[in-house]
Structure formats: structure tokens, C-alpha cells
Write a protein that binds this ligand. Structure first.
Ligand SMILES: [Zn+2]
Length: 626
């Protein structure tokens, strides 16, 4: 071989190598594209629940309006705390679509208690039963004849209580109270049962009682096993006593579960949705370093988000089948007086992170043109925040419109419909403006719980009178193993069969939200919650924000009545569209074959029913827990 030839061969060899590299790159790109296509097809093929037209969805109060009450609620607003408890029960019964009639002894008088013949259940909301006088005797005879009675509040010891104690399943009762520091619902009673849930500010809230052998205890305290919820058969009827003594919003699921013990069977509508929000996502990533991020990773904030935080969230999404709902922030300035707001010039991060989130089957909504909450001069932040208020209605609307236009420009496939208020703050005036002047916004996702100030926009799950879907977020951050949040989570699984969670990328910059503990601890808390949720409610649907809104519309609109015969339960649904989800507790008999829907066993005598028709018939067999 000549030297020349040798050189040419080598050159040729190098040319071939070059071509191979080009081919390899091509094949890699094709593979990426294929995987991406597959991703698109995968998410497109998933069943996504659409929203109903605003005219087809209605507030729960309208849905139930005019229904014949099957439940009588007797309260006495003269007694301590009764008014607040009554408010909670009104909301619980409304959401369960149990039409009820109210008698307040303080204003109506005990003699206003109507004939009990037309009611299935009576709920008594007053600690001292003395106010019922001789009507208590009538009530107990009605129970013996087949009625269902619930004492919703921790009873006060008195001669009246002593007189009916055996019928309530009580053996002995004195005047002593015991501290309910935690609640352990029995495994066969509730979703998430068989575990201990702590109360944040325990006090001596439960009456010390010993129960008869015939009483069935559904929940007790963790420390001394003091009974908190129990039922007792009484003649052909039944009594249920709630002895928790804590009635805040965070407890609703326990009371809903207790109410479902009344009657032969109870069916109530639920949402069936778990949603995961990423607030401030996408948004301009802060430049520079964060103290704790630098400490743990030696990375800038931007590099940390790209190389650690986002890949970890993607892994969680894959493992737990989550499609995140990100809500966009266009800039972090505090300009609140522009009629023509300035467009964000740097769109790279929006396209990169937003595009990937959509690629994963997620959804993008709106959080703000900037992070200034929508509030006008009538809002006073005091020393709580250094937010500004908007100059006037025009600048506020212009900023929202700009954010929507910006999303349409950088991520034209997003079609956002969900709005999350910055810091969960939204003034009453701004709330009205959204319903009237922002047709693109169909859902507001703020907060479920008060924070002790009047700043947050606190919501109930449902459809508002202006058609906006109210989708409160229940739990947040990575400290979901925090006792209050875990209590809230288990309560809402049983009340609405829902979990709404949000986290902020900048939680890792804020020592109050877990920055000091670091991302690994934060992620650990989140993983712990996701494990708990998946174990407690394996059938819970994981959805995006707007899909959850579709579920809330159906939940808010639907009504249900149960007709029991010897061999079947017939559930008749009003305002039924295409599907509805119901909790079903079979207190007397065991469910068999179902028509008009599907049934899934949850625990004990508790079932999840998917209705696919306005009439669902469930075969009723002998047995079951009564
Ligand atoms: Zn935010």
C-alpha cells in the first residue's frame, strides 16, 4: 500500500466516521421525536373529563332547592357554640345533597318540632338536651319505630341524657370530660381509617362515657381509646353519637361519615379528583443564588430548578401518575398602573418549562401578570404583605388580559382556564370582575381554609352563581405530614373524595416554607403524602385543574335520593349529565349486581359508585354491617 493510498484510506475512514456521527444524531433525534409523539398520543388517548357549559352546571343550593326534606335538624342557638356548628352542618348537608328542615328551639320553640313521620333522620345540634323537654320522649319512640337519630355535638350530662343513655348505647356517664388529642377512625369506617390523626389544639372536648357491649364504636382517641363516634341499634331504629367536640371545617369528613351511618343506606355525591398545582410555574426564574440551595447543591437558583427540582418533579409525576397544573406569572415587577402592560421579552423559560409540562399531559393556567394580588384600594394589607393595590379596575383587567394574551403567544396550545390568586388573595370586587369580564377564566383555585385574617379568598367546592367553578386547594408544600394537613386530607377524602395540593418553586428560597430543611426533606414529605394518598384512595382519579372543575360541576349539580326495597337500592339522580360519583354506605344489607353504573368497595360497608345513568340499581343482599 502506497503512502498516498494509505492517507486516502484514512481520510475516507474519517469521512465515514463523520457520516456515522451525523446518522447517529439523526437517529437519536428521530427517537426523541418518536417518544414525544408517543407522549402526545398517550396523553391525547387518556380519558379527559371536559367541563360542562356554564348553563348546564348549577350551585348546589339551586340544585337542591324545592326538594322535600328527609332530614330534620333541631338546634338551640341559645347554647354555646351551636351557631357555628350549625353553619358547618348546613354546608355538610348541602354538599351531601340531604335536603333538611331546620328547627331552632331558641327562636321557634320546642313545640315547633313537626311530626317526625315524614323524616328518615333527625340531627340534634345542642350539647344540653334539656331544651327538648318532653319532645325527647317522642323522638326516642320515633327512633324505636325505625327512625335514625344523631347527636352531632358532645352531649352534656344531665337527667335527660341519663334517661335516654341506654338507647344511645351508653352504659355509664358522669360529668367528666376527656381530652381528644387525636382521632383513630376504625379501618372499616372511613377512607384512611385504622390510622391516628392528631388534633392541633386539643382540649377536654369529649364526655367520658363507658359504652354498652351492643354499641359499635367507629372512632376513638389514640391515647386512651375514648369513644368519639359510635352507633347503637335501638328497636328497629338507630342512634349515632358524635363525641368529638371539635367542629371546624377540617373535621367535615368525620361528620359526613357519621351522617352516612343513619338510615338503611346513604348515598352522597363526591368529586373524585386529585389535583396537583405548581404555583408560579412557569415564571421568570430568579437570577443569583439561594442560601440553602447553594449550601446543599452548590448551584445557582436557575441551575437548581433545571437540573434538580424539575427532573425530580418529573420523576414524581411518572411514579404517581400526576399531570401537574402550572399557573403562570409573566413578571415579578410591581407595576399596577398600566393600561397597556408591557409584554415580557424573555420567553425562553416559559416555552421550555411550559412546553414540557404540556408534553407531560399537564395543564397551564393563570397566576398573574405580576405577583400583585387582584385587589383595589379598598383592600388593606396592613403589615401582612408589602403588596400594592391596583390603580383602578381598568389596570387590573388590562393586566389579566395581558397575561392571557402572553400565554396564547408563547404557548398557543395551553388554552388556560384556571386562575390561582397570588397568595390566595382576591378581593370581593376583583372576584366579581373575573366572573363578569374575563370569560376565559372558568375556575378560581384559591384556598379552603381561613388563616385568621380576612385577606385570603376562602372557598367551598362548587359552582358559583356567576358560573365560575370554585376549586379550593386543601393542602400545600412538602410538609404534608404536618398534622393539620394530614387531618385535612383524610377529612376531605371522606367529605368530597378530593385532594387538591399546591407547591411553589420558591418554597426552597423561603425558610418558612421548608428552605432550611432543603429539597430532599421537602421532597420526602411530598413523597410521604403521595404514598399515603395512593394507599388510602387507590381509585382516586388524578386530574388537571380544569378536569377537576368538570368533576366539581357535576358534583355541584347532581342530586340523589335512595329508595330501599327488600332486594334493591334504587338511586335516583337529578340534574344528571354523563357521569356522577357517589359515596354509598350500606348500613343494612350487602351490595350485589349494579345496573346504571359501577360499584367499587372502599372499606367496611363503604362503596364508591360511578353512575352512568340517572337511575342506578344496586342489588341488595342479606348481610352487611348493621
Ligand atoms: Zn405565587
Amino acid at each position: 500500500m502506497s503512502v498516498v493510498q494509505h492517507v486516502r484510506d484514512r481520510a475516507g475512514h474519517f469521512r465515514w466516521m463523520g457520516l456515522l456521527v451525523v446518522w447517529a444524531v439523526f437517529i437519536a433525534m428521530a427517537a426523541v421525536l418518536l417518544i414525544e409523539r408517543a407522549g402526545v398520543q398517550y396523553s391525547a388517548g387518556q380519558h379527559k373529563l371536559g367541563m360542562l357549559a356554564a348553563t348546564d352546571a348549577m350551585p348546589a343550593s339551586s340544585a337542591i332547592f324545592g326538594q322535600k326534606p328527609t332530614c330534620l335538624v333541631i338546634s338551640d342557638s341559645d347554647q354555646d357554640g351551636v351557631e357555628d356548628v350549625k353553619d358547618q352542618f348546613d354546608q355538610i348537608l348541602l354538599d351531601m345533597k340531604i335536603a333538611h328542615r331546620d328547627i331552632d328551639i331558641a327562636t321557634d320553640g320546642a313545640d315547633a318540632i313537626p311530626s317526625l313521620a315524614s323524616f328518615d333522620r333527625v340531627i340534634v345540634l345542642m350539647p344540653s338536651l334539656d331544651a327538648l323537654g318532653t319532645h325527647l320522649t317522642d323522638l326516642m319512640s320515633w327512633v324505636s319505630a325505625g327512625g335514625s337519630l344523631m347527636l352531632g355535638m358532645t352531649p352534656e350530662s344531665s337527667g335527660y341524657l341519663q334517661a335516654i343513655a341506654p338507647k344511645l348505647g351508653i352504659d355509664t356517664v358522669g360529668y367528666e370530660y376527656t381530652t381528644a388529642e387525636s382521632i383513630v377512625p376504625s379501618k372499616d369506617f372511613m377512607i384512611g381509617g385504622g390510622q391516628r390523626y392528631e388534633f392541633s389544639d386539643p382540649f377536654k372536648s369529649s364526655l367520658l362515657v363507658s359504652l354498652r357491649e351492643t354499641a359499635h364504636v367507629w372512632a376513638k382517641t389514640g391515647d386512651t381509646e375514648a369513644p368519639l363516634i359510635w352507633s347503637s341499634d335501638c328497636g328497629s331504629g338507630r342512634t349515632v353519637v358524635c363525641n368529638i367536640g371539635i367542629y371546624s371545617k377540617v373535621m367535615r369528613g368525620f361528620y359526613a361519615a357519621a351522617i352516612s351511618l343513619l338510615g338503611g343506606a346513604t348515598a352522597y355525591p363526591v368529586i373524585n379528583s386529585a389535583v396537583f398545582y405548581l404555583d408560579d410555574f412557569p415564571s421568570p426564574v430568579p437570577s443569583g443564588d439561594g442560601t440553602y440551595i447553594k449550601r446543599d447543591y452548590g448551584l445557582s437558583i436557575a441551575d437548581f430548578y433545571t437540573r434538580v427540582w424539575w427532573p425530580d418533579l418529573q420523576k414524581l409525576a411518572q411514579k404517581y401518575d400526576i399531570r401537574y397544573t402550572g399557573v403562570m406569572i409573566e413578571n415579578y415587577e410591581d407595576v399596577v398602573n398600566q393600561v397597556e402592560p408591557v409584554r415580557q421579552a424573555d420567553t425562553t423559560q416559559f416555552r421550555y418549562f411550559g412546553g414540557m409540562l404540556l408534553q407531560m399531559g399537564g395543564e397551564l393556567g393563570f397566576h398573574g401578570y405580576n405577583h400583585q394580588p387582584l385587589a383595589l384600594s379598598d383592600t388593606d394589607y396592613g403589615t401582612m404583605y408589602d403588596y400594592k393595590t391596583w390603580k383602578n379596575r381598568e389596570t387590573l383587567v388590562a393586566a389579566l388580559n395581558e397575561l392571557i394574551a402572553f400565554q396564547d403567544e408563547v404557548l398557543p396550545n395551553a388554552h388556560g382556564t384556571v386562575y390561582v390568586p397570588p397568595s390566595n388573595i382576591l378581593s370581593a370586587r376583583a372576584r366579581k370582575i373575573i366572573g363578569k369580564d374575563e370569560p376565559r377564566i372558568k375556575t378560581i383555585a384559591s384556598t379552603y381554609f381561613e388563616d385568621g385574617t380576612d385577606l385570603p379568598y376562602v372557598q367551598e367546592f362548587g359552582v358559583a352563581s356567576d358560573g365560575i367553578v370554585e376549586q379550593p386547594r386543601i393542602v400545600s408544600g412538602g410538609m404534608v405530614d404536618d398534622t393539620y394537613m394530614r387531618l385535612a386530607a383524610v377529612s376531605e377524602l371522606n367529605m368530597h373524595y378530593v385532594s387538591t395540593h399546591f407547591l411553589h418553586p420558591d418554597d426552597l428560597l423561603d425558610p418558612d416554607r421548608g428552605a432550611k430543611e432543603g429539597w430532599e426533606v421537602y421532597k420526602g414529605g411530598l413523597t410521604d403524602y403521595l404514598d399515603w394518598l395512593t394507599t388510602s384512595a387507590p381509585d382516586l382519579r388524578h386530574q388537571t385543574g380544569s378536569e377537576c372543575s368538570g368533576a366539581i360541576q357535576r358534583f355541584s349539580s347532581v342530586t340523589v335520593s335512595v329508595d330501599t326495597s327488600d332486594d334493591a337500592w334504587t338511586l335516583s339522580l337529578g340534574n344528571f349529565h354523563d357521569e356522577a360519583w357517589l359515596m354509598f354506605r350500606a348500613n343494612n344489607g350487602e351490595p350485589g349486581a349494579v345496573s346504571g353504573g359501577e360499584i367499587t368497595h372502599l372499606t367496611g360497608n363503604l362503596y364508591l359508585v360511578k353512575a352512568t345513568d340517572k337511575t342506578v340499581t344496586i342489588e341488595r343482599k342479606e348481610g352487611g354491617d348493621r
